[in-house]
Design a protein around this ligand. Structure first.
Ligand code: NI
Length: 237
C-alpha cells in the first residue's frame, strides 16, 4: 500500500476549507472528540505558510516511480488540519487516544468494522509505527542534506507487529512516549530548520514544515477513523 490509510478516512472531504473555518463533522465524529479538535487554537506559521502552500501544490513526484495521488494526499491532510497549529494538534493526540481507549472495552477496540480494514487497535498501532518512522525522517532531514525518505508497507507492519494482540492502553502509552520525544525535537526547530527538505520516494520533495502539517493531519484523520469504527462496532453490539 503506497498511500496511507488515512485516505480511507478522507473520502468524504469535498468541501473547501476557507481560512480558519472549522471543518464540519464529516466523519460522524463523537461530539466530545470533535469539540476537542475545535478547541485547538489557530496559530499560523507566518511567512512559511505561503511557501508551504506553494510546495503542497507544485511539488512533482519523482518520475518513474509508482505514485498514488501524492498531491491529493497532501492537499486532503492539509485541509483537514484547517489552519490549526500542528504542534498543538500533535500534543493532544495521545490524550485523545487514551480517552477513547478508556471509554471502550478491548473487545470493541479489537473489532473489525469493515472486512479488510484495520481495527481501532490496529490504527493505534499504525500511529505508533508512524511515530517511529516520522521520528527517524525528521531527524534525517534535520541533520542530513536532502536525504531520501522511504515509504513503508503499513499493512505489513501492522500485521507483522501483531498490533491487534496488544493491550490498547499499552499501545497508547508507547505512542505517547514516542510522541513526547519527537515533539521535543519539533518544538526546538527554527524557521530555517523547517525549510530543510528530503526527497520522499513516493511524494517527491518534502520540507519539514510540510511534514509537520501532514503528520498533524494524519493524526486527525485516523482519530476520525477510529471514532467512526467504534461507533459502527458499538451500534452492532
Ligand atoms: Ni496512516
Amino acid at each position: 500500500m503506497l498511500v496511507c490509510k488515512a485516505l480511507d478516512a478522507l473520502v468524504s472531504v469535498g468541501k473547501p476549507v476557507i481560512g480558519n473555518q472549522v471543518l464540519p463533522n464529516h466523519f460522524g465524529v463523537a461530539p466530545a472528540i470533535q469539540a476537542r479538535f475545535d478547541r485547538v487554537p489557530v496559530v499560523r506559521l507566518g511567512r512559511f505558510e505561503k511557501l508551504q502552500r506553494k510546495e503542497l501544490i507544485m511539488t512533482p513526484a519523482q518520475p518513474g516511480l509508482e505514485v498514488s495521488a501524492p498531491w491529493t494526499y497532501r492537499e486532503k491532510l492539509f485541509n483537514l488540519l484547517a489552519g490549526r497549529d500542528p504542534i498543538e494538534v500533535l500534543g493532544q493526540t495521545a490524550s485523545t487516544l487514551a480517552e477513547m481507549v478508556a471509554r471502550h472495552p478491548a473487545k470493541v477496540l479489537r473489532g473489525r468494522a469493515i472486512p479488510g480494514k484495520w481495527t481501532p487497535n490496529e490504527i493505534i498501532g499504525h500511529l505508533t509505527d508512524s511515530e517511529w518512522v516520522y521520528g527517524y525522517r525528521l531527524r534525517l532531514i534535520l541533520c542530513e542534506d536532502e536525504p531520501t525518505i522511504l515509504g513503508f508497507r503499513q499493512d505489513a507492519w501492522v500485521a507483522s507487529l501483531r498490533h491487534n494482540e496488544r493491550e490498547p492502553s499499552e499501545l497508547v502509552e508507547i505512542f505517547r512516549t514516542l510522541r513526547v520525544l519527537n515533539l521535543s525535537v519539533w518544538r526546538r526547530m527554527s524557521p530555517e530548520d523547517l525549510q530543510r527538505s528530503g526527497q520522499h520516494n513516493e511524494r517527491g520533495a518534502e520540507s519539514l514544515a510540510v511534514m509537520l502539517q501532514l503528520l498533524a493531519g494524519h493524526d486527525l484523520s485516523h482519530l476520525h477513523q477510529i471514532s467512526r469504527y467504534i461507533q459502527a462496532l458499538e451500534s452492532w453490539g
